[in-house]
Design a protein around this ligand. Structure first.
Ligand SMILES: [Mn+2]
Length: 233
């Protein structure tokens, strides 16, 4: 089908305090659906801010696919690090009950209360292994289907390091590549409004398997959008 994908280039992040504003503005004002590539997961702070602005009167849900919840208030002396992303998002108006996290398997002490009692829907990597990805994807779909707009943020470390080793903090016991693709496809009928794929680190990825994993995930997302436009399942 006729679908155009356009590369809008790079945004240099030298100082998050200053440069995140550029990312937020871009996302808030783009005429079309953004697909963004990190960078570390901190870049999703202005991405979600931009989406919040763009869909300001609507209920914005987030599918967060990651080994980590990134719910730290402070991390490494910063409020804008890769471990603070979802915590900041909750401060600018994304509601905990509209967030689904899939693939979690590592967290900090300061994150546990929010994970257990904050109202976020959490599906650990172990849950996926035990329940099966179809079952988890159906649950996530049913929750996010109450939202008017849904953004997907995918940290490549959601995948097991055996398939995607080229990332800053590889965590054993992750999702399989098939599980990740099935999860994305399972969101097809949601009101999807954007995707970011983060934490791919080419210097740590000599085989380039991780780069290709990210590429496949983006292509699956584009295929989902194309099928949606065609009204196919
Ligand atoms: Mn992570």
């Amino acid at each position: 089908m006729d679908m155009k994908v356009c590369d809008l280039g790079d945004i240099e992040i030298a100082d998050p305090e200053v440069d995140f504003v550029k990312v937020r503005r871009q996302v808030a004002t783009l005429p079309n659906m953004p697909i963004l590539l990190g960078g570390d997961h901190s870049v999703t702070i202005p991405i979600l801010q931009g989406q919040r602005e763009r869909y300001k009167d609507l209920r914005l849900g987030v599918l967060w696919v990651d080994a980590h919840p990134d719910l730290c208030d402070f991390f490494d002396g910063s409020k804008l690090s890769h471990a603070n992303t979802m915590r900041r998002a909750l401060e600018f108006g994304i509601e905990t009950h509209d967030v689904c996290m899939v693939g979690l398997r590592s967290w900090e002490d300061q994150e546990i209360d929010l994970i257990e009692n904050g109202g976020i829907h959490v599906y650990t990597a172990a849950d996926v292994a035990e329940r099966g990805i179809r079952n988890v994807a159906d649950s996530v779909y049913n929750i996010l289907n109450d939202c008017d707009a849904v953004h997907i943020s995918l940290d490549i470390d959601c995948l097991d390091p055996s398939v995607a080793p080229g990332t800053g903090i590889p965590e054993f016991g992750g999702l399989t590549s098939r599980e990740a693709l099935t999860l994305i496809k399972g969101m097809q009928d949601l009101p999807l409004v954007g995707l970011d794929v983060v934490e791919i680190a080419p210097p740590l990825d000599p085989s380039e398997a991780t780069v290709f994993a990210g590429l496949k995930i983006i292509m699956e997302y584009i295929a989902v959008i194309a099928r949606k436009k065609q009204g196919k399942s």
